[in-house]
Design a protein around this ligand. Sequence first.
Ligand SMILES: NC(=O)c1ccc[n+]([C@@H]2O[C@H](COP(=O)([O-])OP(=O)(O)OC[C@H]3O[C@@H](n4cnc5c(N)ncnc54)[C@H](O)[C@@H]3O)[C@@H](O)[C@H]2O)c1
Length: 436
Amino acid sequence: MKLSVIGTGYVGLVAGTCFAESGNDVICVDIDAEKVERLRRGECPIYEPGLTDHLKKNTAEKRLTFTTDLGEAVRGTEVILLALPTPQSEDGSADLQHVLGVARQVGRLMNGYKIIVNKSTVPVGTADRVREVVDAETKHEFDVVSNPEFLKEGAAVNDFMKPERVVIGTRSQRALEVMQDLYAPFVRTGNPLIVMDERSAEMTKYASNSFLATKITFMNEIAGLCEQVGADIDMIRRGMGSDARIGSQFLFAGIGYGGSCFPKDVAALIKTSEDRGHPLQVLKAVDEANRRQKGRIVEKVRKHFHGELKGRTFAIWGLSFKPNTDDTREAPSLTVIDLLLKEGSVLRVFDPEAMEEMKRRIGSSVTYAAGNYDALQGAEALLVLTEWNEFRRPDFDRMKTLLKAPVIFDGRNIYDPRIMREKGFTYYGIGRGLIP
Ligand SMILES: NC(=O)c1ccc[n+]([C@@H]2O[C@H](COP(=O)([O-])OP(=O)(O)OC[C@H]3O[C@@H](n4cnc5c(N)ncnc54)[C@H](O)[C@@H]3O)[C@@H](O)[C@H]2O)c1
């Protein structure tokens, strides 16, 4: 099949590469000419495990090509997938300018029947708006399909290759048959391809992300209470997670969710619900609690140092919003860094993959350490903000020689409070209220 993917970010690049890997000819389009140049050279602009190898292979075999020319892509392919940004607008709603703008151009450039597949996360009703916009520009036949993407950054290639489900929203039999054919190699082990109408598909994505954000926030709220009553959230997680109705995933307490999806998707669903006169109270509480959660670790630091953070040096391990990605969009680290800098603290930060991205975001307001141990030099405490594997079993004795004082604020509960005490650290986790 000949496909084009418009937008080569985390979703578009992974989708385009994986579709090429299953034998399709894929043209990827982006307005960022520098990115397109890098991709043509086989250079991967993002850190995503496994992606570079597939990218290089499919580029070399000419199944995967990159261009800034939307016309070439639209004219040369029947299936056009949109993987464009839908950032949060000031009022909380999803900004559809990229999706509708590209849809309009696609309409103008069409030279025959096309299937326009939306993979971006978009509010209910967007497929209808895309249809109207395209219809105003063309006399050719076309279908609009909603095909929300569920991949997780950090495991995106694997998620795309072996999706737990594929959701196809369309009422067109012709488009459905093409979509079923396209996804057949990815669901051959029996995972469901669920067919529904466009609106339900659009809502499925928002409901899924909002539910996951709620699950995380629920645990963070219980963790806060654990600290007050003297209970250990990690024990509670295990006790709860063994109930199949609850499930063991997404029960880890931490410093709040971030990333390019959960915060904006929760905000967008809240906005939709308010616009429709059916406000989702639970999501409003989730959004508010998550904002608070990001600052709670700084409150602990403040308390430990009796409110005096000015001039104190702190080490930070982890900047990306979660491990195995270089993505720092809406990362809790940004809130923590901002709060500590406002208090006049000096920060030495380290992340295995996100240092360049962070430099672009916050410049030289912090010191970028050469390694995780280097970050500890002269620091009065360590804050762990992302649970990268390499931080899980460090050399604690070496850490003690580098830190000015053996104090750890573990924002991801990667260390055992009892072991930390035995090793002579003052340890603060999230919801680890149990006094041994
Ligand atoms: N990142 C994720 O984990 C994830 C998962 C599921 C769904 N989504 C959704 O998928 C969509 C894309 O997310 P992303 O993280 O891949 O975004 P991204 O910001 O990483 O990538 C978007 C790409 O689109 C390009 N672009 C912007 N305007 C363009 C235009 N007019 N023509 C061509 N290219 C253009 C940008 O240059 C960029 O390369 C969003 O709606 C997001 O909510 C993201």
